[in-house]
Design a protein around this ligand. Structure first.
Ligand code: C5P
Length: 221
């Protein structure tokens, strides 16, 4: 089997990873893998408080879960147990549930295997928190996007408004800061740039400028 090509994009909540990953995947004509959606879907399917279950109960539940990926660019479709993962996971509440299950080694081990197995089958633009550090440490192209909490909350606010789901910006700021803190400080696979990642502070950049920086990174390396 031909070797796959992996581009990793890591960074905190609301920094614009998904938008950029989709666009880059379209340019490269490969699928994009939203690993946050995998954590969200697992949290959603297991249900509230599942992060308090004991390890063997979690392990049994996870053993039945199967992810699949099809399509390329923004038409990439990630499914869990033959059902495409939909918008029901796209709330800040499910984001916090995801962050809670993401602290558990048993969940991370399960998803690591699922993510690496997709990376063996497909070239990918893989986005998340630990793509460059833990899941695809040998990826030839690694990026870490960052931006201030205030700017990320503003972007999320506009995104939700556009989707017809208005939210309170101050509340979003508080939720994003809380999730960041948990993601950066957990014991397993904390959010941080890989030593060989290109770090891009997007606070004062527009989408076109961020995309240009990513494309340049992929073409130069
Ligand atoms: O990126 P998104 O906001 O959808 O991720 C939801 C949560 O899933 C994050 O806050 C993080 O705790 C967790 N996550 C992770 N590792 C990844 C992707 C997401 O821990 N690779």
């Amino acid at each position: 089997m031909a070797e796959t090509r992996i581009v990793t994009i890591d960074g905190p909540a609301g920094v614009g990873k998904s938008t950029m990953a989709k666009q880059l995947a379209r340019e490269l004509e490969i699928p994009y893998l939203d690993t946050g959606a995998m954590f969200r879907a697992v949290a959603w399917k297991l249900g509230q408080d599942s992060w308090e279950w004991n390890e063997s109960r979690l392990e049994r539940a996870l053993a039945g879960f199967e992810f699949a990926l099809s399509g390329t660019g923004e038409d990439s479709v990630l499914s869990l147990d033959d059902t495409p993962i939909g918008d029901e996971i796209r709330t800040e509440q499910v984001g916090m549930w995801a962050s809670n299950v993401a602290t558990l080694p048993v969940v991370r081990t399960f998803l690591k295997k699922a993510q690496q197995s997709l990376g063996e089958r497909f070239s990918l633009v893989a986005e998340g928190r630990d793509m460059g550090t833990v899941i695809f440490p040998d990826a030839p192209h690694k990026f870490f996007l960052d931006a201030s909490v205030k700017e990320r909350a503003r972007r999320r606010f506009l995104q939700l408004k556009e989707a017809g789901r208005p939210a309170d910006e101050a509340e979003l700021r508080e939720q994003i800061a809380r999730r960041d803190h948990q993601d950066r400080n957990r014991a397993v696979a904390p959010l941080r740039p890989a030593d060989d990642a290109v770090v891009i502070d997007t606070t004062s950049l527009n989408k076109a400028q961020v995309f240009e920086a990513l494309l340049k990174g992929v073409r130069d390396a």
